[in-house]
Ligand binder design. Structure first.
Ligand SMILES: *[C@@H]1O[C@H](CO)[C@@H](O)[C@H](O)[C@H]1NC(C)=O
Ligand SMILES: *[C@@H]1O[C@H](CO)[C@@H](O)[C@H](O)[C@H]1NC(C)=O
Ligand SMILES: *[C@@H]1O[C@H](CO)[C@@H](O)[C@H](O)[C@H]1NC(C)=O
Ligand SMILES: *[C@@H]1O[C@H](CO)[C@@H](O)[C@H](O)[C@H]1NC(C)=O
Length: 315
């Protein structure tokens, strides 16, 4: 029936809308630098003064409001980086077989040690840092005075990259240390536990540290930046919910309208039938129609059996 077909189309339309919504909410795949990474990239590149390939240069200056952060950089040919790796690169051991994407002829490896700024830039509620956040990032080395460079992807093909966290802060009794990695979006992922010898392993570039579960299990108040982020996120998901609710309600209203139309149509057909019957009646006995509400009903002009008073019999 036409009505069912309509319903099918409506449901299809609704599901397509919902699919589109969820596709839009997927994160952007391309890696963009955080403002801090962009700033530190600029400062770490300043360490290069007539740089030689394969030599580690420590940055002598960092922004005055970031005193304590340590930066270093090394320029490498992509081919030799892949064949030989870099061991050590500060706390990192980069094995052979690491692939740089997209391909560049020369790259710069940037090292960051966020020291006491770790929890400020990478807040983690429910966890305490027992090591500073260390960053390993890669950039194209074509222009050493470039700023706002996109990050390159590092991908291991054999052994993982190792990070040596040998001097951890004291770990509270009963807690176990975990490795944490932050991707370019700042999303954290945790390992089950730290590797023997206090090392962490990774297959990608990013920011790394070691954490333990907070001893005070009550959720510590998040720093203002984090709270704002969370608020933004929740309002974003809120608006998404509203869009979905709106579509569903809109769909239901449409459905109701459709149902109304179908019923209306049926009613009309019924009335048409009645009218036909009426016309047929006119050819036979003429019935006077009177309006009763919305429908017309036949009524007799005269009463066929004349009423008689009972008293007439009595007479
Ligand atoms: C994804 O990121 C790229 C570059 O950062 C940008 O040009 C593009 O507009 C972004 N797309 C969305 C859907 O945010
Ligand atoms: C530190 O200073 C730089 C400019 O040198 C500025 O861009 C950045 O926002 C400042 N960061 C903080 C945390 O104040
Ligand atoms: C980190 O330590 C340095 C000195 O080592 C200090 O100047 C800076 O204010 C500290 N920053 C934070 C966020 O504690
Ligand atoms: C390198 O980057 C700087 C800053 O963006 C720019 O002024 C300069 O022209 C670039 N040089 C080359 C050779 O692309």
């Amino acid at each position: 029936m036409g009505f069912l077909r309509c319903l099918q189309l409506l449901l299809l339309f609704l599901s397509l809308r919902l699919q589109k919504l969820s596709a839009q909410s997927l994160p952007n795949a391309s890696s963009s630098s955080s403002p801090l990474d962009a700033l530190l990239q600029d400062y770490s590149f300043r360490a290069f003064v007539r740089p030689r390939t394969g030599i580690l240069y420590e940055a002598s200056t960092v922004p005055s409001n970031l005193t304590g952060i340590k930066l270093a950089a090394m320029r490498l040919r992509s081919g030799s980086f892949r064949r030989r790796g870099v061991t050590p690169f500060k706390e990192f051991s980069i094995p052979s077989g690491v692939i740089v994407k997209p391909y560049v002829t020369r790259l710069v490896l940037v090292y960051q040690n966020l020291a006491n700024f770790s929890h400020l830039y990478y807040p983690l509620s429910g966890y305490d840092y027992v090591a500073p956040v260390l960053g390993l990032l890669a950039y194209d080395a074509k222009n050493l005075s470039a700023v706002n460079l996109p990050q390159l992807d590092l991908r291991v093909s054999n052994d993982p990259i190792r990070i040596d966290f040998s001097d951890l802060e004291r770990i509270p009794q009963g807690s176990s240390a975990k490795c944490v990695r932050f991707d370019s979006k700042g999303e954290a992922s945790f390992s089950e536990s730290i590797q023997p010898g206090n090392t962490c392993e990774t297959e990608h570039q990013g920011h790394f540290s070691v954490v333990v579960k907070s001893v005070a299990s009550a959720p510590s108040p998040a720093p203002p930046g984090d709270r704002k982020e969370k608020k933004k996120k929740s309002s974003e998901s809120n608006s998404k919910t509203w869009i979905i609710v709106g579509s569903v309600v809109g769909g239901l209203i449409l459905l109701g309208l459709l149902l109304f139309l179908v019923l209306r149509c049926r009613n009309y057909k019924k009335q048409e039938k009645l009218r036909e019957m009426e016309r047929a009646g006119e050819t036979g006995e003429a019935l006077r129609m009177t309006q009763v509400g919305e429908t017309r009903a036949p009524t007799a002009t005269t009463t066929r059996t004349q009423p008689m008073l009972e008293t007439e019999y009595a007479a």
